[in-house]
Design a protein around this ligand. Sequence first.
Ligand SMILES: NC(=O)c1ccc[n+]([C@@H]2O[C@H](COP(=O)([O-])OP(=O)(O)OC[C@H]3O[C@@H](n4cnc5c(N)ncnc54)[C@H](O)[C@@H]3O)[C@@H](O)[C@H]2O)c1
Length: 202
Amino acid sequence: MRKLKIFKNKKILITGHTGFKGSWLSLWFKSLGADVLGVSKDIPTYPSHFKLINLEKKIKNKFFDITNLRKLKKTFVNYKPDYVFHLAAQSLVKKSYRDPLLTYQTNTIGTMNVMECLRSLKNDCIAIIITSDKSYKNLEIRRGYREDDILGGIDPYSSSKASAELIIQTYFKSYLIKKKISKLQSLELEMSLGVEIGLKIV
Ligand SMILES: NC(=O)c1ccc[n+]([C@@H]2O[C@H](COP(=O)([O-])OP(=O)(O)OC[C@H]3O[C@@H](n4cnc5c(N)ncnc54)[C@H](O)[C@@H]3O)[C@@H](O)[C@H]2O)c1
């Protein structure tokens, strides 16, 4: 817990802050004394955890689509975040079958836009980009998937997240590592599929 003090007064930009995980993460960072700015397109559910905890009044909020690169870049450059948590996504497999274009636009191009914004930042920043265990090829095995497993994905959601993984790796290796955003390695994020969100500082 003592180590969590590092987040006090830090600027934390969270995309997808109105969603299931983003609303918990925003509340948690707020309780640690961080300055939190959330970016989301909408409030995706009713009832909504974001609404129930009155998060809109507790943190800074912006409502727009992350596929709008101009708005997103302006937000990053003006806010100068110390940490970015990218969670915004079309997160439903069933919906991805109905609307593959929206799914790729949000999950793949949206993530690329976030990477592009990180590239344009002048300040040091630690970025945590959330994809999914579904981005790995389904090998029908019992163990959980590891980061060096082969990417895959039959449905549009999984494939959009696997595509985002490739983009993240490319941006990291081609641009961000040179900007020393490799501090990422000092943070290990554990996000379970349930309610828990834990941040382990190693
Ligand atoms: N919940 C899970 O079980 C689970 C499992 C694995 C991975 N994930 C990933 O974790 C992240 C968060 O998941 P969640 O369950 O909280 O999602 P959610 O559906 O509850 O929330 C999605 C959030 O993204 C925002 N969003 C969607 N499209 C957007 C756009 N075009 N522009 C801006 N904001 C947009 C929504 O407004 C909302 O804030 C996602 O990347 C998801 O793919 C979730």
